[in-house]
Design a protein around this ligand. Structure first.
Ligand SMILES: NC(=O)c1ccc[n+]([C@@H]2O[C@H](COP(=O)([O-])OP(=O)(O)OC[C@H]3O[C@@H](n4cnc5c(N)ncnc54)[C@H](OP(=O)(O)O)[C@@H]3O)[C@@H](O)[C@H]2O)c1
Length: 244
């Protein structure tokens, strides 16, 4: 029986992925800050789910992850879905710094712990949900796009490190476009909005096939392809809009 740990499974894409893995016979360890949601989820499948309340921005999160793995009885797949992001055209420093705390500090804390666990075990699959926002600097969400770029680069670097160390660790970096989840809740209108169920299904396929980098969906693959071709002097003038 396969075992997966999902950090950030109390809502959104992570929660959907958890449901899909359960339906495919996996046992899962789930984490997030909202203990009540973790417990409600666990009670639906008490024989297949273990939980741990984890705030990735706290130092204790590393011990929390190790406890969760122990409760689960091992870990074959690690998926980091935890993340925050807000539009911040006023460049409120509190929003920027909170985003950095969760998406880079918290990310690094969890991903390094998972890497060390798999290194000791001899194999494993380390996956993260970053975003297409990491592929370009977005003026409406500077910290969000910068932290997502950090995540893309970090996984690329870890893959090289694992190769240097001759480790059998697989890596997957999932990069969705806009998905209708709590993360986007607010008054903005987002174009090409995807359903979380559809994104989670594609994500699980990518995990099972050990795909390395996955942009969801095909429309966003086209967008990323073309906006990477835009030279810097033009990108600066481009307004990436979401309507209120
Ligand atoms: N929605 C989109 O358009 C979109 C697009 C591309 C990428 N993504 C990425 O997809 C991932 C999942 O986001 P989502 O859209 O599913 O949004 P979501 O519903 O808000 O889910 C975010 C998850 O992260 C957890 N989380 C946030 N801060 C945390 C912390 N400090 N410690 C532990 N867990 C924390 C939340 O749980 P608690 O609140 O219980 O802690 C929740 O389970 C994020 O990394 C996001 O950047 C989203």
């Amino acid at each position: 029986m396969k075992k997966a740990v999902i950090i950030g499974a109390t809502s959104g894409i992570g929660e959907e992925v958890a449901h899909l893995l359960l339906s495919q016979g996996w046992h899962i360890g789930i984490a997030g800050r909202r203990s009540d949601r973790l417990e409600a989820f666990r009670l639906k499948h008490p024989d297949k789910i273990v939980t741990e309340t984890i705030d990735v921005t706290h130092e204790a999160a590393t011990e929390g992850l190790l406890r969760l793995i122990q409760k689960l009885g091992g870990m074959d797949l690690f998926l980091l879905s935890s993340g925050i992001g807000r539009q911040n055209k006023n460049l409120d420093p509190d929003i920027e710094l909170a985003t950095v705390q969760t998406n880079t500090m918290g990310f690094t804390r969890m991903v390094t712990a998972a890497y060390h666990y798999f290194k000791n075990q001899g194999d494993g699959h380390l996956a993260v949900i970053s975003s297409i926002a990491g592929t370009k600097g977005l003026g409406t969400a500077p910290a969000y796009s910068a932290t997502k770029r950090f995540q893309n680069t970090y996984i690329e670097a870890l893959q090289q490190l694992a190769y240097m160390e001759k480790l059998n660790i697989r890596f997957t970096d999932i990069r969705p476009g806009f998905v209708a989840t709590d993360l986007l809740s607010g008054q903005h209108h987002y174009p090409l909005l995807m359903k979380k169920e559809k994104v989670a299904k594609r994500l699980v396929d990518a995990l099972l096939n050990h795909e390395r980098v996955v942009i969801i969906d095909w429309r966003y693959r086209l967008i990323v392809f073309f906006w990477r071709l835009i030279p810097a002097f033009l990108w600066r003038r481009l307004t990436v809009r979401t309507r209120k």
